[in-house]
Design a protein around this ligand. Structure first.
Ligand SMILES: N[C@@H](CCC(=O)N[C@@H](CS)C(=O)NCC(=O)O)C(=O)O
Length: 212
């Protein structure tokens, strides 16, 4: 077990997909950690208490002793490398190329698909769906996503690789912005997103008490 305790700073609504990703990693690794919530609506992330420890002034931020780290995928990679693979569950594939592919997916999801993220914010998952149809731009973004996931996923595969990895959780979150909103999503992708959503570590996040 790594020395020192971990604290994860997450949004007080528990709807940040990035905070969720770091949270799921900590649960999967089995590291005990404390949660501190940051009220983004009240801009607590801009106040000195938080900005002194978070370089990006965004959630999530992890503290480990006097070490502070922001950016969700950097947090997952740090946690992965802290603990020996033969003693702790892994959140990335062990094969070097599969691991690179998982990181590719994580980076892509964080830098693209902006129309989907804007028109289907995570409130549609954690609070309630919206009625407005997807714009042409968001539809095109969704088609690009569907084609990529279809290519990545073997038929009937439950995970991207042989075993679950954190990129599965990130990808399922993006798909679920559409699936849980009732938008049209190919059946194979719906099955994948729904399977991933049942993962116990994901459900711990889903079941956090949240008020709108
Ligand atoms: N690339 C970052 C994105 C983090 C991010 O954008 N967090 C949002 C919440 S979903 C945030 O803290 N927003 C507050 C702000 O920008 O003021 C990561 O992966 O951690």
């Amino acid at each position: 077990m790594p020395d020192h305790t971990f604290t994860l700073y997450v949004d007080s609504k528990f709807i940040s997909p990035y905070a969720m990703s770091a949270f799921v990693t900590l649960i999967e690794k089995g590291f005990p950690f404390e949660i501190q919530t940051v009220n983004l609506d009240a801009q607590e992330n801009q106040q000195s208490d938080y900005s002194n420890l978070s370089l990006t002034r965004r959630v999530p931020t992890l503290t480990h002793g006097d070490f502070h780290l922001s950016e969700s995928s950097a947090i997952s990679e740090y946690l992965e490398e802290l603990a020996p693979a033969d003693h702790y569950p892994q959140v990335y594939p062990t094969d070097i190329q599969e691991k690179a592919l998982a990181r590719q997916i994580q980076a892509w999801l964080r830098s693209d698909f902006i129309p989907i993220r804007e028109e289907r914010p995570t409130e549609v998952i954690f609070f309630k769906p919206v009625q407005n149809p997807l714009s042409e731009l968001a539809q095109a973004s969704a088609e690009k996503l569907f084609a990529a996931v279809d290519r990545l996923l073997e038929d009937n595969a439950q995970n991207l690789f042989n075993q679950w990895c954190i990129a599965d959780t990130d990808l399922a979150l993006l798909l679920n912005r559409l699936v849980m909103n009732g938008d049209n999503v190919p059946e194979k992708l719906v099955a994948y997103a729904q399977y991933q959503w049942k993962r116990p570590s994901v459900q711990v996040w889903v079941n956090q008490k949240r008020s709108p």
